[in-house]
Design a protein around this ligand. Structure first.
Ligand code: CAA
Length: 383
């Protein structure tokens, strides 16, 4: 039987996340953007509520809510502040998720548990200055050295790069094997040879930290290999398959926020002697926004359900990422149009939400890469 309703537990999680967002996140979003700094108390409070491990099973210190619960959470938080949602995403959707999906039992107890409990923060270090969309062309190198590997190289645009305690780092261990010569490692920031750069100055999501990382003869014990030697690219791809769905949920939250603000503004703003909501041009924009939100919402929760039921969903997750990120940008544009000159002013949240939206079509795989993933799957497996 098809059942599209949330369980009582999921509704409770949504209510707690909404209250947290209303009281602890949204009121500070403009300040976070202005100062380009996320007060760490917000992350501490999120950790206390169990939000940093909602997606993971209870046996690893998580909330046991799975991907559906996690999408509910990120959707709510993104309604209040995209920088906060991205910081949680870099930790939970990417860094900790890679350990959950590909780590052995010992690694999960040692690293995933404190990450899920919110005692430590994670990051995912894949991108390099010359290896963005073509992730397999990375140059960071790990050389075998007795019981460990020596890591050398650098990463760029890493979310949480300078605040993460634990980082999943991808490096070449055998250059002759191409994509099968890449290995994933769990790295602790306190180890010698690790350095993070300064946070980048960004257009949007300015409160989330995005930094370079540098590794200089950083010694990683062999027990910190994540997955198998030479299997690192698969670790990255499998993690991104899951992460792209929760990123889509973030975009969904931001889209809903902008629709709500637009409805409010359209009802309050009077021109030609009546609220602009009575103008058909405005109504059409609101109708398009609502329709696009419904489409994104439907595929996101369906794909989250697939993840929770261990159904492979590379194509579906790429579709979620593509649809929801294009949606949030279109909605930001219409929301700005409905708000008119006021929307363009920093005094109103639309200006920030518009800037925040744009990166979603770029990170976690550009939308051009999503087209490639979808097309390859269609050509290989049919519709
Ligand atoms: N799951 C498991 N394995 C997968 C996979 C998946 N989803 N996708 C590919 N693979 C495997 C393939 O099966 C293949 O292995 P076999 O030869 O054994 O079959 C191997 O990986 C290589 O695959 P491809 O030939 O498809 O590799 P490619 O070099 O053509 O690249 C790509 C594929 C999809 C373009 C990939 O490079 C990609 O996704 N690029 C985008 C990178 C990206 O998303 N970066 C975002 C960084 S994270 C970020 O932005 C977070 C942040 O901080 C905000």
């Amino acid at each position: 039987m098809l059942d599209f309703t949330f369980t009582e537990e999921q509704k409770m999680l949504r209510d707690v996340a909404r209250k947290f967002t209303d009281n602890e996140v949204r009121p500070f979003a403009a300040m976070i953007d202005e100062k380009e700094e996320l007060p760490f108390e917000i992350i501490t409070k999120a950790a206390e509520l169990g939000f940093l491990g909602v997606v993971f099973p209870e046996q690893y210190g998580g909330g046991g809510f799975g991907e559906i619960g996690y999408c509910i959470l990120l959707e709510e938080i993104a309604r209040g502040c995209n920088s906060t949602a991205v910081t949680i995403g870099g930790h939970e959707s990417l860094g900790a998720m890679a350990i959950y999906l590909c780590g052995n039992e010992e690694q999960k107890q040692k690293y995933l548990r404190p990450l899920a409990e919110g005692k430590l923060l994670a990051a995912f270090a894949l991108t390099e200055p010359n290896a963005g969309s073509d992730a397999a062309s990375m140059k960071t190198f790990a050389t075998e050295n007795g019981k460990s590997f020596l890591l050398n190289g650098n990463k760029t645009f890493i979310t949480n790069g300078n605040i993460a305690d634990v980082l999943v780092v991808f490096a070449v261990t055998d250059a002759s094997k191409g994509v099968k010569g890449i290995t994933a490692f769990i790295v602790e920031k306190k180890w010698n040879g690790f350095r993070a750069g300064k946070p980048e100055k960004k257009m949007g999501i300015r409160g989330s930290h995005t930094t370079d990382l540098f590794f200089e003869n950083l010694e990683v014990p062999k027990e910190n290999i994540l997955g198998e030697i030479g299997n690192g690219f698969k670790v990255a791809m499998e993690t991104l398959d899951v992460a792209r769905v929760s990123l889509a949920a973030q975009c969904l939250g931001s889209s809903k926020e902008m629709l709500e603000l637009s409805v409010k503004h359209a009802n309050e703003r009077k021109q030609f002697g009546k609220p602009i909501a009575e103008q058909q041009a405005i109504q059409f924009m609101l109708a398009e926004m609502a329709s696009e939100i419904y489409q994104a919402e439907s595929i996101i929760y369906r794909t989250a359900w697939m993840i929770d039921n261990n159904i492979t969903c590379s194509r579906e997750s790429a579709i979620c990422k593509l649809v929801a990120t294009e949606t949030v940008c279109k909605i930001a544009d219409r929301a700005m149009q409905i708000h008119g000159g006021m929307g363009y002013m920093r005094e109103y949240p639309i200006e920030r939400l518009y800037r925040d939206a744009r990166v979603n079509r770029i990170f976690e795989g550009t939308n051009e890469i999503q087209h490639i993933v979808i097309a390859r799957d269609v050509l290989k497996n049919g519709i």
